[in-house]
Write a protein that binds this ligand. Structure first.
Ligand SMILES: Nc1ncnc2c1ncn2[C@@H]1O[C@H](COP(=O)(O)OP(=O)(O)OP(=O)(O)O)[C@@H](O)[C@H]1O
Ligand SMILES: [Mg+2]
Length: 250
């Protein structure tokens, strides 16, 4: 991964964070400060993100919109600690994750963040239930508890009758609902979803989105959901638009 180095001014950021923490009960689930991302293309750099800022509060569902190629996936990957920005800061639940090593970032990701991809990325050789159990076992939860919670989550997504099916034996909408159950299996504080209904027909998209919002509302987690669907965007608490490398409130 190519990094241009982080523009750090730790003192200033720490002060601002303290002031922020005092004004609110809980820290922001996600805060992005001046996020830049440059993809090196031979000699020319393609600057996809040019200083994006965002504050996402606990319990808030925010739609991320923007034209294809605007950098929504890039922004979500950076927010989910899957990629590093070229410059800027990523705070998860108030903690600056920018300069942490890979091990610590992975630990925070497992504990605090759920990620839903446009393609479900379920493990093909495991059942729906096992796919939801897996992240919990990795996080150290006992077998009984993990299976119980996985069952409850699949139930919540209307998939009890499909628990033993492998991904290939599920419809696209069902696969995506399993992926959502998996993403929230470890009770993350932040859910990031990259066009989770992008590949689905309107009716199925509606069902998946309803399930997703139900989990967001019941659990009080914060969600940032990229979508090209303005109808779905309007059902979230607010919308931010990514244009010319910056985030704007819509
Ligand atoms: N690994 C990479 N190397 C070079 N350029 C990349 C890389 N990944 C993405 N890009 C470029 O960065 C830009 C933003 O890509 P990104 O996938 O974040 O857009 P997006 O808003 O998610 O688009 P879509 O709505 O089509 O999913 C695109 O122009 C893309 O070509
Ligand atoms: Mg994308």
């Amino acid at each position: 991964m190519n990094e241009l180095g982080h523009l750090r001014s730790e003192g200033a950021v720490a002060l601002e964070e303290n002031a922020y923490a005092r004004t609110r009960q809980e820290p922001a689930a996600l805060q992005l400060k001046g996020i830049r991302r440059v993809y090196e293309q031979g000699r020319v750099g393609l600057e996809v993100l040019k200083g994006a800022d965002l504050v996402l509060h606990p319990g808030e569902a925010v739609a991320l919109v923007g034209p294809s190629g605007a950098g929504k996936s890039t922004l979500l990957h950076i927010s989910g600690l899957l990629e590093r920005p070229s410059a800027g800061f990523v705070f998860i639940s108030g903690a600056d994750c920018t300069a942490l090593g890979d091990g610590e970032r992975t630990a925070i990701r497992r504990r605090e963040i759920g990620f839903v991809y446009q393609q479900h990325r379920l493990l093909p050789e495991f059942s729906a239930l096992e796919n939801v159990v897996m992240p919990q076992r990795i996080a150290g939860l006992g077998k009984g508890e993990a299976f119980e919670r996985a069952g409850a989550l699949l139930d919540m997504m209307g998939l009890s009758a499909r628990a033993s099916h492998r991904p290939a034996e599920l419809s696209g909408g069902e696969q995506q609902r399993v992926a959502i159950a998996r993403a929230v299996a470890n009770a993350p504080r932040l859910l990031l979803a990259d066009e989770p209904t992008g590949n689905l027909d309107p009716r199925t998209a509606e069902r998946v989105f309803t399930g997703l919002m139900e989990i967001v509302r019941k659990s009080g987690l914060a969600a940032l959901i990229a979508t090209h669907n303005h109808e779905l965007a309007e059902r979230m608490d607010r919308t931010v638009s990514l244009t010319d490398g910056l985030l704007h409130e819509v």
